[in-house]
Design a protein around this ligand. Structure first.
Ligand code: BES
Ligand code: MN
Ligand code: ZN
Length: 495
């Protein structure tokens, strides 16, 4: 069942909910009328507990208290919102998510949410996005005791003034749908690799195409061979779970812009013959994080239906060691025509992407944007919470920065350092697919650039943020859905 979100202009203090969450900007405790009323009903417990725990409304601070019958709400939760000035959509989204996640933790079925600012149409969408993103849990494989005791079914968002307008209701509904698209991306990442095979990933795209009204075509192993995607084929040839190439199309009639998203869809990356060490290998179920982001973006685009032509392309495969697996020393052609010498079978993502990017250029788009859990080197460079993005075009870089800021996601531009390009020279083929260890995220980007021709292009190495080791803000532990929200903003800003 999906979360119901309603608006109310009643007095929040009178509401019978499991959790009443109130956002508190820096210093508002002691000044705000509602907080004063709640504190009064609780015999001063809020202010004294705040003093004891040094709660002053700083961002990420929380304070919670059982009301023990002194208020109709069972529990009051104060959420620090930081300085009043910076309460933009990204922070509103985070606050709503924190409220919903906390409500889950308290086994709450109902939540009241009071934001300290007046809420415009745009920020109501952000509130709804945050609530659904924060409420998310991946519980599909739990049985018995592990099944959650309660599910958050209803959230009341307080707003001053009269009844909610039609546009406000629409903003909330849109926010819900966008967040659900992100949650589908998270689900896909969290699914175990025995279940989410390339074929199953194509199945998700086919289902999504029906539900969100866009077109999809899928190529199987033979189709990939026939199309000439020799690099994609090579990566998939060692697995009994055969590769798939997925092309989703959303094409409104009057669109003037065309954007193609391309995602790395390694449903599992064992490293192949250059096998990875056992420790942490299971995390490589998330090596389809780029594909999940592209799928989620297509769903969100299908919900928002902007006047932009959007394509979503996924190269799906499983990288396994086998008698039929590709090997170091192999040379393959590619869809683009260039030949590639294989150095290390664990640098497989860029091979799948090379063919997918070459395919994307044939659509003659205004811009290609790819997302891939491409390199460990990127995680070394920027840590787990930032993705790298690369582009040769200043204007595109500004557009990504803006979209990421609005989305509340972390993407940091990295340079395409030309002098590293020579590391990709091969003695026996047109290109090697990798260079030295140092600057590994950059040489991977430079390799991809060989396959985009003259089309403006943005590459996102999302190896860090695709999977999170803890819950924070809108992000749960596990699959995150990063950077669906940024990609959606990028599309919406293009109109
Ligand atoms: N999928 C991995 C990159 C990765 C590593 C993603 C850690 C998320 C967390 C990729 O296919 C890979 O194995 N890359 C190699 C490249 C190397 C062999 C040039 C790497 O980063 O070690
Ligand atoms: Mn790999
Ligand atoms: Zn990989």
């Amino acid at each position: 069942m999906s979360l119901q979100i309603q608006m109310s202009s009643a007095n929040p203090a009178s509401l019978e909910v499991d959790v009443l969450a109130v956002c508190v900007t820096e210093g508002a405790l002691g000044k705000d009328k509602l907080l004063g009323a709640l504190d009064g009903a609780l015999g001063g417990a809020l202010t004294s507990l705040a003093a004891q725990t040094d709660f002053h409304g700083g961002s990420e601070q929380t304070l919670d208290l059982l009301t023990l019958g002194r208020l109709p709400a069972r529990r009051v939760l104060l959420l620090g919102a930081g300085s009043r000035r910076g309460l933009d959509d990204a922070r509103v989204r985070t606050l709503a998510a924190s409220a919903a996640r906390a409500a889950n933790g308290f086994n709450a079925k109902t939540l009241g949410l009071v934001l300290s600012e007046k809420t415009s149409g745009a920020s109501l969408r952000a509130v709804a996005e945050g609530l659904v993103l924060g409420e998310y849990r991946f519980t599909k494989y739990f049985t018995g005791e592990r099944v959650p005791k309660a599910e958050l079914g209803q959230a009341m968002v307080f707003k001053t003034g009269g009844r909610p307008s039609a546009s406000e209701k629409k903003a909330i509904d849109l926010g819900k749908q966008v967040a659900q698209a992100v949650c589908h991306a998270r689900d896909a990442v969290n699914e175990p690799p025995n279940e989410l095979t390339p074929e199953a990933l194509a199945g998700l795209a086919t289902q999504a195409a029906k539900k969100y009204r866009f077109r999809v075509t899928v190529l199987d192993k033979k189709g990939i061979a026939r199309a000439g995607m020799k690099l994609h084929y090579a990566v998939g040839q060692g697995s009994t779970n055969e590769p798939r190439f997925i092309h989703m199309t959303y094409a409104p009639r009057a669109a003037k812009k065309k954007i193609v998203f391309v995602g790395k869809g390694l449903t599992f990356d064992s490293g192949g013959l250059c096998i990875k060490p056992a420790a942490g290998m299971g995390e490589m179920k998330s090596d389809m994080g780029g594909a999940a982001a592209v799928l989620g973006t297509m769903m969100a685009v299908g919900a928002v239906r902007p006047n932009v032509e959007v394509h979503g392309i996924i190269g799906a495969a499983e990288n396994m060691p086998d008698g039929a697996a590709y090997r170091p020393g192999d040379i393959f052609g590619s869809l683009d025509g260039k030949s590639v010498e294989i150095i290390n079978t664990d640098a497989e993502g860029r091979l799948v992407l090379a063919d997918a990017l070459a395919y994307a250029t044939k659509l003659e788009p205004d811009v290609i944007v790819d997302a891939a859990t491409l390199t460990g080197a990127c995680v070394v460079a920027l840590g787990k919470t930032y993705s790298a993005f690369y582009t040769g075009e200043e204007q595109l870089a500004r557009q990504v920065d803006r979209a990421a800021k609005e989305a509340g996601e972390n993407l940091w531009r990295m340079p395409l350092i030309e002098e590293l390009r020579e590391q990709l020279k091969s003695d026996v083929a047109d290109l090697k697919h990798m260079g030295e260890r140092w600057g590994g995220s950059i040489t991977a980007a430079l390799f991809l650039r060989e396959f985009v021709g003259k089309v403006p292009w943005i590459h996102c190495d999302i190896a860090g943020p695709a999977l999170s080791d803890r819950a924070r803000g809108v992000t749960p532990k596990g699959g995150t859905g990063h950077p669906v929200l940024t990609f959606l903003r990028f599309v919406e800003n293009a109109v």
